[in-house]
Design a protein around this ligand. Structure first.
Ligand SMILES: Nc1nc2c(ncn2[C@@H]2O[C@H](COP(=O)(O)OP(=O)(O)OP(=O)(O)O)[C@@H](O)[C@H]2O)c(=O)[nH]1
Length: 443
């Protein structure tokens, strides 16, 4: 099934997922019920008391056999003793009954509590997932609706599919930040598609646009690995690059918060010794999140700060090191030398590090972000992109532009200024949201 069809299906599958979730909850209740059924039943209790009665009868029979050999007095005493024993046994019987009842009630209570706990856990897990999804959706709302509404307004003025239409489409796509080359490529592919399908109606043209964009997006992403990579053994090192003000330091703070929440021991390294205030800004994030920060005075050699941080990490008390660097694009040679030196020092101490070189790009800067990315790609081995401030743009097309023009996977997205406003990027989900409202319902 093509992604376009999956897109269409995704909207109906959502409901199925909910039904499945509900069924899972129901099955927990059923499990709990099954455990209740496994608990000792009244039949078993009856069995126990009938065993007790049998043993009393045996006891009585044995004693009857001996009766003839006993004197009257002995007989009376014996009978009295027998009565006592029977009474005791009856008491035992009653005690056993009530003990079994108490046990049963306790077991029922435990099972009930357990199933309630399970239900609660399930509900709170689902709630947490829902909250995350809601926050994610809300953060992306603006950027996702942008491209859709731009194409919708283009289609609102739609008369016929002619050269003017394609020119307007190109302009719309460029405006939506899909990138210049990408806009040309999409509109060219569309010319062929529309001709091939002989699309004339508005809904046919709209579907053809979405189909082609999704197809190209999928094709471009075939070789992309959007997972974050961690050391298989020993500490992980992530290096952050990007120009001033794009949200690098904020991203490091948010990621430190995320990993700390997951129980990882995090160390930050303030290797942006160039910009006044950058060290303090990172130290402040360290304080806020409650993680250690390695720093030196302003204008120190960034590589020497990294050296100290790596040495500290190697002592064994940390799981992950997040390194902040200065992004001086205006001086490309310096930047290249600096990043090379930093990488060399990290590698010498931890050969498979850095495990990620993450480039922070400000989504609100559109074409500029793409240009910056190309520059950084030429000076260092960028393994992933952190697309920040995606909450602040109404032009979601940048995600398409990054993929088709850079071939670097977007791994994280920033959706606000707070600690928790960072998400692992899910390309499929994003694209579903981007094009969801463009798919005609009548097809
Ligand atoms: N709305 C929004 N604002 C963000 C996001 N990420 C960062 N910011 C804001 O962007 C501004 C710049 O962020 P910084 O983290 O200082 O940027 P930087 O890249 O580290 O800049 P330098 O420290 O100058 O290198 C700050 O005001 C942040 O609060 C985001 O995802 N959404």
């Amino acid at each position: 099934m093509g992604f376009f069809d999956k897109l269409k299906k995704a909207f109906s599958v959502e409901n199925e997922d909910e039904v499945n979730k509900k069924q899972n909850n129901d099955s927990h209740v059923e499990d709990a019920q099954a455990t209740v059924d496994d608990a000792p039943s009244t039949e078993q209790t009856d069995l126990k008391s009938s065993e007790a009665t049998e043993s009393i009868n045996d006891f009585q029979e044995d004693n009857q056999k001996e009766d003839s050999e006993l004197t009257y007095e002995e007989n009376v005493n014996e009978v009295e003793t027998q009565e006592d024993v029977i009474e005791e046994n009856e008491n035992l019987d009653v005690n056993e009954d009530s003990q079994t009842q108490v046990q049963e009630t306790k077991q029922e209570e435990i099972i009930e509590n357990k199933s309630q706990e399970e239900l609660f856990e399930n509900t709170s897990e689902t709630k947490q997932e829902n909250d995350e999804t809601q926050a994610y959706d809300k953060g992306l709302e603006k950027s996702r609706s942008g491209l859709g509404s731009m194409i919708n307004s283009l289609l609102a003025n739609f008369r016929k599919v002619d050269e003017d239409f394609f020119e307007e489409l190109e302009e719309t796509l460029i405006e939506a930040d899909v990138g210049f080359e990408n806009a040309m490529r999409i509109s060219e592919a569309l010319r062929q598609e529309v001709k091939l399908r002989n699309a004339k109606k508005k809904s046919e043209v709209s579907d053809a646009i979405v189909r082609k964009m999704v197809e190209l997006y999928e094709e471009d992403g075939k070789k992309e690995d959007s997972n974050l990579h961690f050391a298989s053994n020993g500490p992980t090192v992530f290096l952050f690059v990007g120009v001033n003000g794009v949200g690098k330091t904020t991203t490091i703070g948010k990621l430190a918060y995320r990993y700390k929440q997951e129980g990882k021991r995090v160390l930050l390294c303030a290797a942006d010794t160039f910009r006044a205030g950058a060290i303090e800004q990172l130290a402040e994030w360290g304080n806020r999140v409650g993680v250690d920060v390695v720093k030196k005075p302003e204008k120190s050699d960034p590589a020497s700060v990294v050296f100290d941080a790596v040495a500290k990490v190697k002592e064994g008390d940390y799981d992950i090191l997040l390194v902040d660097t200065a992004g001086r694009l205006q001086n490309k040679v310096n930047l290249m030398n600096e990043l090379e030196k930093i990488s060399r020092i990290i590698k010498r101490e931890i050969p498979d590090a850095p495990h990620e070189v993450l480039l922070a790009l400000d989504a609100t800067t559109g074409q500029n972000a793409l240009i910056q990315a190309k520059e950084f790609k030429s000076v260092t081995n960028v393994s992933g992109i952190v697309l920040t401030k995606l909450d602040g743009t109404a032009k979601g097309g940048i995600v398409l532009g990054i993929r088709s023009e850079l071939h670097i996977p977007v791994k994280l997205v920033g959706l606000g200024e707070q600690m928790q406003d960072l998400r692992i990027f899910n390309a499929k989900e994003y694209i579903e949201g981007l094009f969801g409202n463009l798919i005609s319902q009548d097809k």
